[in-house]
Write a protein of this length. Sequence first.
Length: 256
Amino acid sequence: MSHQRKPIIAANWKMFKTVSEARETAVRLKALLDGGPALQSREVLVCPAFTALAAVHEVLSGSGIQVGGQNLHWEDEGAFTGEISAGMLLDCGCRYALLGHSERRQYFFETDETVSRKLRAVLSTPLIPILCVGESLSQRESGRAEEVIQGQLSGALAGVEASGLGGLVVAYEPVWAIGTGMTATPDIADQVHGIIREWLARRCSADMAAATRILYGGSVKPANAGELMSRENIDGALVGGASLDAESFSRIVEFK
Ligand code: PGA
Protein backbone atom coordinates (compact mmCIF):
# COMPACT_ATOMS: atom_id res chain seq x y z
CA MET A 1 0.00 0.00 0.00
CA SER A 2 1.38 3.34 -0.95
CA HIS A 3 0.42 6.53 0.87
CA GLN A 4 -0.54 8.23 -2.36
CA ARG A 5 -3.37 5.73 -2.99
CA LYS A 6 -6.37 5.47 -0.65
CA PRO A 7 -7.06 1.76 -0.06
CA ILE A 8 -10.41 0.24 -0.96
CA ILE A 9 -11.83 -2.66 1.04
CA ALA A 10 -14.76 -4.19 -0.81
CA ALA A 11 -17.20 -6.88 0.29
CA ASN A 12 -18.58 -9.18 -2.40
CA TRP A 13 -21.61 -10.92 -0.95
CA LYS A 14 -22.17 -12.95 -4.14
CA MET A 15 -25.49 -14.87 -4.12
CA PHE A 16 -25.87 -14.79 -0.35
CA LYS A 17 -28.33 -13.05 1.99
CA THR A 18 -32.00 -12.22 1.69
CA VAL A 19 -32.99 -8.57 1.95
CA SER A 20 -33.53 -8.82 5.71
CA GLU A 21 -30.24 -10.68 6.26
CA ALA A 22 -28.38 -8.13 4.14
CA ARG A 23 -29.98 -5.26 6.03
CA GLU A 24 -29.05 -6.84 9.36
CA THR A 25 -25.41 -7.31 8.32
CA ALA A 26 -25.25 -3.73 7.03
CA VAL A 27 -26.68 -2.36 10.31
CA ARG A 28 -24.06 -4.32 12.26
CA LEU A 29 -21.23 -3.25 9.97
CA LYS A 30 -22.20 0.39 10.22
CA ALA A 31 -22.30 0.15 14.02
CA LEU A 32 -18.87 -1.50 14.10
CA LEU A 33 -17.16 1.01 11.81
CA ASP A 34 -19.04 4.20 12.64
CA GLY A 35 -16.85 6.96 14.00
CA GLY A 36 -13.72 4.78 13.85
CA PRO A 37 -10.54 5.88 12.09
CA ALA A 38 -10.77 3.30 9.28
CA LEU A 39 -13.49 5.13 7.37
CA GLN A 40 -11.34 8.27 7.27
CA SER A 41 -8.37 6.60 5.66
CA ARG A 42 -10.02 3.83 3.61
CA GLU A 43 -12.84 3.51 1.13
CA VAL A 44 -15.22 0.75 2.14
CA LEU A 45 -17.92 -0.77 0.01
CA VAL A 46 -20.40 -3.60 0.04
CA CYS A 47 -21.67 -5.38 -3.08
CA PRO A 48 -24.89 -7.21 -2.14
CA ALA A 49 -27.16 -9.15 -4.48
CA PHE A 50 -29.28 -6.87 -6.70
CA THR A 51 -32.39 -7.58 -4.63
CA ALA A 52 -30.76 -6.11 -1.49
CA LEU A 53 -29.01 -3.10 -3.07
CA ALA A 54 -31.62 -0.49 -2.24
CA ALA A 55 -32.12 -1.72 1.34
CA VAL A 56 -28.38 -1.87 2.04
CA HIS A 57 -27.88 1.57 0.53
CA GLU A 58 -30.62 2.95 2.75
CA VAL A 59 -28.99 1.51 5.87
CA LEU A 60 -25.51 2.71 4.93
CA SER A 61 -26.32 6.13 3.54
CA GLY A 62 -24.48 8.81 5.45
CA SER A 63 -22.11 6.26 7.04
CA GLY A 64 -19.32 6.65 4.50
CA ILE A 65 -19.68 2.98 3.50
CA GLN A 66 -20.55 2.75 -0.19
CA VAL A 67 -22.57 0.24 -2.17
CA GLY A 68 -21.63 -1.49 -5.42
CA GLY A 69 -23.18 -3.83 -7.98
CA GLN A 70 -21.72 -7.27 -8.71
CA ASN A 71 -22.47 -7.14 -12.42
CA LEU A 72 -24.42 -5.18 -15.03
CA HIS A 73 -25.46 -5.16 -18.67
CA TRP A 74 -23.81 -2.78 -21.12
CA GLU A 75 -27.02 -1.42 -22.67
CA ASP A 76 -28.88 1.46 -20.99
CA GLU A 77 -32.22 -0.35 -21.24
CA GLY A 78 -34.10 -2.71 -23.52
CA ALA A 79 -35.47 -6.20 -23.98
CA PHE A 80 -32.76 -8.04 -22.01
CA THR A 81 -34.68 -10.23 -19.59
CA GLY A 82 -32.90 -10.76 -16.30
CA GLU A 83 -30.36 -8.00 -16.78
CA ILE A 84 -29.62 -4.76 -14.90
CA SER A 85 -28.12 -1.57 -16.36
CA ALA A 86 -25.55 0.86 -15.01
CA GLY A 87 -28.33 3.46 -14.63
CA MET A 88 -30.33 1.01 -12.49
CA LEU A 89 -27.31 0.43 -10.24
CA LEU A 90 -26.90 4.19 -9.84
CA ASP A 91 -30.60 4.46 -9.09
CA CYS A 92 -30.14 1.99 -6.20
CA GLY A 93 -27.39 4.17 -4.76
CA CYS A 94 -24.38 2.32 -6.17
CA ARG A 95 -21.07 4.07 -6.44
CA TYR A 96 -19.06 1.10 -7.80
CA ALA A 97 -19.57 -1.87 -10.12
CA LEU A 98 -17.63 -5.13 -10.24
CA LEU A 99 -16.80 -6.27 -13.76
CA GLY A 100 -15.54 -9.58 -15.10
CA HIS A 101 -15.46 -11.47 -11.81
CA SER A 102 -14.04 -14.94 -12.46
CA GLU A 103 -17.34 -16.56 -11.46
CA ARG A 104 -19.05 -14.50 -14.19
CA ARG A 105 -16.40 -15.59 -16.69
CA GLN A 106 -16.50 -19.23 -15.59
CA TYR A 107 -20.23 -19.90 -15.07
CA PHE A 108 -21.90 -17.22 -17.18
CA PHE A 109 -19.57 -17.23 -20.16
CA GLU A 110 -18.37 -13.66 -19.90
CA THR A 111 -15.54 -12.95 -22.28
CA ASP A 112 -13.01 -10.14 -22.53
CA GLU A 113 -15.27 -8.72 -25.23
CA THR A 114 -18.37 -8.55 -23.03
CA VAL A 115 -16.31 -7.30 -20.07
CA SER A 116 -15.02 -4.56 -22.36
CA ARG A 117 -18.55 -3.54 -23.35
CA LYS A 118 -19.51 -3.39 -19.69
CA LEU A 119 -16.44 -1.33 -18.87
CA ARG A 120 -17.27 1.17 -21.61
CA ALA A 121 -20.86 1.38 -20.33
CA VAL A 122 -19.67 2.05 -16.78
CA LEU A 123 -17.14 4.65 -17.89
CA SER A 124 -19.94 6.68 -19.45
CA THR A 125 -21.58 7.00 -16.00
CA PRO A 126 -20.38 8.20 -12.57
CA LEU A 127 -19.96 4.56 -11.44
CA ILE A 128 -16.41 3.49 -10.59
CA PRO A 129 -15.48 0.22 -12.33
CA ILE A 130 -13.63 -2.52 -10.44
CA LEU A 131 -12.23 -4.73 -13.20
CA CYS A 132 -11.43 -8.26 -12.01
CA VAL A 133 -8.64 -10.27 -13.60
CA GLY A 134 -6.86 -13.44 -12.58
CA GLU A 135 -5.44 -16.73 -13.79
CA SER A 136 -6.62 -20.28 -13.10
CA LEU A 137 -4.47 -22.89 -11.37
CA SER A 138 -3.60 -24.65 -14.63
CA GLN A 139 -2.67 -21.34 -16.24
CA ARG A 140 -0.38 -20.54 -13.31
CA GLU A 141 1.13 -24.02 -13.28
CA SER A 142 1.89 -23.81 -16.98
CA GLY A 143 3.68 -20.48 -16.46
CA ARG A 144 1.03 -18.45 -18.27
CA ALA A 145 -0.30 -16.28 -15.41
CA GLU A 146 1.27 -13.07 -16.65
CA GLU A 147 0.17 -13.60 -20.25
CA VAL A 148 -3.41 -14.41 -19.18
CA ILE A 149 -3.70 -11.32 -16.97
CA GLN A 150 -2.25 -9.03 -19.60
CA GLY A 151 -4.66 -10.53 -22.16
CA GLN A 152 -7.62 -9.87 -19.83
CA LEU A 153 -6.48 -6.28 -19.31
CA SER A 154 -5.93 -5.54 -22.97
CA GLY A 155 -9.23 -7.23 -23.90
CA ALA A 156 -11.21 -5.26 -21.33
CA LEU A 157 -9.58 -1.94 -22.16
CA ALA A 158 -9.81 -2.42 -25.94
CA GLY A 159 -11.02 0.73 -27.64
CA VAL A 160 -10.98 2.78 -24.45
CA GLU A 161 -8.98 6.02 -24.55
CA ALA A 162 -6.33 6.19 -21.85
CA SER A 163 -7.67 9.61 -20.85
CA GLY A 164 -10.99 8.02 -19.83
CA LEU A 165 -9.43 5.50 -17.45
CA GLY A 166 -8.58 7.84 -14.59
CA GLY A 167 -11.00 6.23 -12.11
CA LEU A 168 -10.35 2.59 -13.00
CA VAL A 169 -9.84 0.14 -10.13
CA VAL A 170 -8.35 -3.29 -10.87
CA ALA A 171 -8.82 -6.39 -8.69
CA TYR A 172 -6.35 -9.24 -9.04
CA GLU A 173 -8.15 -12.41 -8.03
CA PRO A 174 -6.28 -15.63 -8.79
CA VAL A 175 -9.04 -18.15 -9.48
CA TRP A 176 -7.21 -20.82 -7.46
CA ALA A 177 -7.40 -18.62 -4.35
CA ILE A 178 -11.11 -17.74 -4.48
CA GLY A 179 -13.15 -19.50 -1.81
CA THR A 180 -10.47 -22.19 -1.46
CA GLY A 181 -8.71 -20.95 1.66
CA MET A 182 -5.52 -20.76 -0.47
CA THR A 183 -4.35 -17.16 -0.45
CA ALA A 184 -1.70 -16.00 -2.88
CA THR A 185 1.34 -15.23 -0.76
CA PRO A 186 1.90 -11.50 -0.31
CA ASP A 187 5.00 -11.93 -2.50
CA ILE A 188 3.05 -13.50 -5.37
CA ALA A 189 0.24 -10.94 -5.11
CA ASP A 190 2.63 -8.00 -4.93
CA GLN A 191 4.58 -9.27 -7.91
CA VAL A 192 1.42 -9.66 -10.04
CA HIS A 193 0.17 -6.24 -8.94
CA GLY A 194 3.50 -4.81 -10.04
CA ILE A 195 3.07 -6.43 -13.45
CA ILE A 196 -0.45 -4.96 -13.73
CA ARG A 197 0.85 -1.52 -12.78
CA GLU A 198 3.66 -1.72 -15.36
CA TRP A 199 1.13 -2.79 -17.98
CA LEU A 200 -1.09 0.20 -17.12
CA ALA A 201 1.91 2.53 -17.34
CA ARG A 202 2.67 1.28 -20.87
CA ARG A 203 -0.97 1.32 -21.97
CA CYS A 204 -1.99 4.64 -20.32
CA SER A 205 0.68 6.66 -18.52
CA ALA A 206 3.05 6.43 -15.59
CA ASP A 207 0.85 8.87 -13.64
CA MET A 208 -2.32 6.89 -14.28
CA ALA A 209 -0.57 3.64 -13.26
CA ALA A 210 0.80 5.21 -10.08
CA ALA A 211 -2.68 6.48 -9.11
CA THR A 212 -4.64 3.28 -9.90
CA ARG A 213 -5.81 1.20 -6.96
CA ILE A 214 -5.10 -2.52 -7.47
CA LEU A 215 -6.99 -4.73 -5.00
CA TYR A 216 -6.19 -8.31 -4.11
CA GLY A 217 -8.96 -10.90 -3.80
CA GLY A 218 -8.89 -14.58 -2.89
CA SER A 219 -9.39 -15.91 0.65
CA VAL A 220 -8.62 -12.57 2.33
CA LYS A 221 -9.33 -12.90 6.07
CA PRO A 222 -8.69 -10.82 9.19
CA ALA A 223 -5.57 -12.92 9.80
CA ASN A 224 -3.87 -12.20 6.46
CA ALA A 225 -5.23 -8.75 5.50
CA GLY A 226 -2.55 -6.70 7.28
CA GLU A 227 0.35 -8.56 5.71
CA LEU A 228 -1.15 -8.34 2.22
CA MET A 229 -1.86 -4.63 2.62
CA SER A 230 1.68 -3.94 3.81
CA ARG A 231 2.98 -4.59 0.29
CA GLU A 232 3.73 -1.59 -1.88
CA ASN A 233 1.51 -2.56 -4.81
CA ILE A 234 -1.52 -3.92 -2.90
CA ASP A 235 -4.06 -1.13 -2.45
CA GLY A 236 -6.96 -2.94 -0.86
CA ALA A 237 -8.98 -6.13 -0.93
CA LEU A 238 -12.02 -7.68 -2.56
CA VAL A 239 -13.41 -10.04 0.05
CA GLY A 240 -15.94 -12.81 -0.50
CA GLY A 241 -16.48 -15.41 2.24
CA ALA A 242 -14.98 -13.38 5.09
CA SER A 243 -17.16 -10.38 4.23
CA LEU A 244 -20.45 -12.16 4.94
CA ASP A 245 -19.96 -11.69 8.66
CA ALA A 246 -19.91 -8.05 9.79
CA GLU A 247 -17.34 -8.63 12.58
CA SER A 248 -14.92 -10.42 10.32
CA PHE A 249 -15.28 -7.85 7.50
CA SER A 250 -14.85 -4.95 9.92
CA ARG A 251 -11.61 -6.50 11.20
CA ILE A 252 -10.36 -6.66 7.60
CA VAL A 253 -11.36 -3.02 7.05
CA GLU A 254 -9.44 -2.10 10.20
CA PHE A 255 -6.27 -3.95 9.14
CA LYS A 256 -3.10 -2.65 10.74
P1 PGA B 1 -13.19 -15.21 -1.30
O1 PGA B 1 -13.81 -14.55 -2.62
O2 PGA B 1 -12.75 -14.09 -0.40
O3 PGA B 1 -14.31 -16.02 -0.71
O4 PGA B 1 -12.03 -16.06 -1.75
C1 PGA B 1 -13.24 -13.41 -3.21
C2 PGA B 1 -14.05 -13.00 -4.43
O5 PGA B 1 -14.51 -13.87 -5.17
O6 PGA B 1 -14.26 -11.79 -4.68
